[in-house]
Design a protein. Sequence first.
Length: 147
Amino acid sequence: MSSEFEPRDPQFKARVTQSFNEQQVMQTIQAALLTVEPGVVEIEIPYQPELTQQDGFIHAGISSTIMDSACGYAAFTLMPAEARVLTIEFKVNLLAPAAGIRFRALGKVRKAGRSVFVAESELWANADGCDRLVASMTGTLMAIYPK
């Protein structure tokens, strides 16, 4: 994957990976970080019955969680080393039932500012070897700095 963005921190991959590994919710849903490039992150989860709603589809809250993290970490790749990332707004479109054996969220930064970033994410469900788009998100993220 090529990117139009230049990271501010040359160690962005290690920083994203460390932060991802510290996120308890990512561990809980058995998420794996697949891709970390400037402005682009992919996260995948396997189908797990305990993450479904009443009809056996991955719950909308779980879909939102994985897409939020994909957007957030995509933005985080472009932030300075001392920054932390915080979601300040997102909108989700649930396009189809989230049915499959694996679910992959692809997050991409659309606009990188000094402190505010806009990113988009798509959630793809894999079933029978075919990928199908099941949800999308647009998120606004902010670089925050510890005191």
